[in-house]
Design a protein around this ligand. Structure first.
Ligand code: HAM
Length: 464
């Protein structure tokens, strides 16, 4: 698969049929055979989030949702695949994301005469949100404050903190200029929200790097200056930069090749090319941040790796993350709606790499979550039914109950209950069922009591 531009191609090579696709999958899979058993593993760059770590992710997402509520953001969920053109046009064809990293395929047609569509797994979510803004005429709602949590896909070289399926927590503030979407107050609100979020999660030692990359007119003048400065250097730079120098010189700043860095360091800076309104807007953002006590550092080399940005651009980095130290990034995209065929709708947003956020959190995945309040141990033939009824009763009252099996001996039930970390074990034997009073043992203290059925819920309810 490559980042295709084809969309609705007529007369193109027919896409392979299901049988061909399956045959190729049989021959090209990276798993193996262990003692006659076929072993299929997660695809490189993807991973399973298992308990108890999944509880940390749920904790983060819970905190984030509460915080978004406090800032009056609402959730949006867009599809995880979109037309390839959406990303090519918004993120930009010269960017690494579109040029090298997208999972793109030509969708098989289902009927004769139907045109094949080029589709792409979303590498980011801003483009999808702006598409939805236009498609659903969201400007009618005034200023939209939207957030999302979900997977994104980029075919990057996997390493710690960099995955091919990764998760973003993002937000976009977008609307007509008359609703205040262009104001520096929106930028400051977003940045203050982010600093509050990191503080709330206990993530310390973050740095906010801030820049303004101006409006399209500034960019045109800056690109001319870059082209001029790059012309004599081009032969010394990597092949990608030689191409970027001609087609989209700003993207030279995305270069990671160590030998190119001293040359890139000498290039003119965007800060020298901002016009008066952009300069003023940037000053207002900085003033507001200072008034709010949000620390930041100016970095006029920060241009971000996506083409849609205008004016404010920012990244939060974190020391403990190693090479992939950008915990989140974002900025303004005042022209994106128009670029996608919509009305003028200035906007600003960010996306946090949730995988990196969890890494920076360094939170032990322990805690009460995942442990049952009680383990019900059916004892003797025919007690499964009564135990299931009792478990249903307790669960309906908010008690976390794990259910054993009548085929287990009592010793085994105790072992399982202890391993699960249950607070209590409840014996459901024939005598107990008949008398309506159950043996309940506290697995921490060892204390055992007989409790009538009706008194079980208040006894078992977790102490909050
Ligand atoms: P981005 O800088 O491409 O911006 O990605 C945002 C964040 O996603 C990064 O700072 C990083 O934490 C995380 N991230 C990116 N790629 C990976 C990866 N392969 N593995 C793990 N984490 C990754 C955007 O995506 C923009 N849509 C942000 C935005 C929203 N701008 C305006 N609104």
């Amino acid at each position: 698969m490559k980042a295709g531009r084809a969309q609705g191609r007529e007369g193109a090579e027919p896409a392979p049929g299901p049988a061909e696709v399956l045959a190729s999958a049989r021959n090209n899979f990276s798993g193996g055979w262990v003692e006659d058993t076929l072993v299929i593993k997660a695809v490189r760059g993807t991973r399973d989030l298992l308990p108890p770590e999944s509880a940390v992710w749920n904790f983060v997402e819970g905190e984030v949702r509460d915080l978004f509520r406090a800032y009056n953001f609402q959730e949006i969920r867009t599809p995880i695949f979109e037309e390839t053109q959406l990303f090519a046009r918004s993120v930009g064809e010269e960017t690494d994301i579109v040029g090298k990293e997208m999972y793109t395929w030509e969708d098989r047609t289902r009927r004769e005469g139907e045109l094949a569509q080029s589709l792409t797994l979303r590498p980011e979510n801003t483009a999808g949100v702006v598409r939805a803004y236009i498609e659903h005429k969201l400007w009618e709602r005034g200023l939209n404050k939207l957030y999302y949590i979900g997977p994104q896909f980029r075919r990057e070289r996997p390493q710690k903190g960099r995955y091919r399926q990764f998760y973003q927590i993002g937000a976009e503030v977008i609307g007509p200029a008359s609703a205040g979407s262009e104001s520096a107050a929106r930028d400051a609100e977003i940045l203050e929200l982010l600093s509050s979020l990191l503080d709330r999660l206990g993530i310390k030692a973050w740095n906010l790097e801030l820049n303004s990359i101006g409006c399209p007119a500034d960019r045109a003048r800056y690109n001319d200056a870059l082209r001029e400065a790059l012309a004599p250097l081009a032969a010394k730079l990597c092949a990608d930069c030689q191409r970027r120098a001609i087609r989209n010189p700003l993207r030279v700043f995305d270069c990671k090749v160590p030998q190119d860095q001293p040359w890139i360091e000498q290039l003119p800076r965007i800060s020298q090319y901002l016009d008066e309104p952009c300069r003023k807007h940037f000053e207002q953002v900085q003033e507001l941040l200072s008034a709010l006590g949000v620390p930041f550092a100016l970095n006029d080399r920060l241009v971000r790796g996506l083409d849609y940005y205008t004016r404010t651009a920012f990244e939060f980095t974190h020391g403990a993350l190693g090479a992939q130290n950008a915990i989140l990034g974002g900025g303004r995209y005042d022209g994106l709606s128009e670029l996608l065929g919509g009305p003028k709708a200035p906007g600003i947003g960010f996306a946090i790499g949730e995988d990196r956020l969890v890494l920076a959190l360094n939170r032990p995945a322990a805690g009460a979550e995942g442990k049952p309040d009680v383990y019900l141990a059916p004892l003797g033939a025919g007690t499964d039914r009564e135990a299931a009824r009792l478990a249903r009763e307790l669960r309906s009252q908010g008690i976390v109950a794990e259910l054993g099996d009548e085929s287990f001996r009592l010793k085994k039930s105790f072992e399982i209950a202890t391993k699960l970390g249950a607070r209590y074990i409840l014996i459901v034997g024939e005598n107990e069922v008949q008398s309506g009073a159950f043996a309940l043992k506290n697995l921490e203290s060892g204390e055992q009591v007989t409790v009538p059925r009706s008194e079980l819920p208040p006894r078992l309810r977790p102490i909050s």
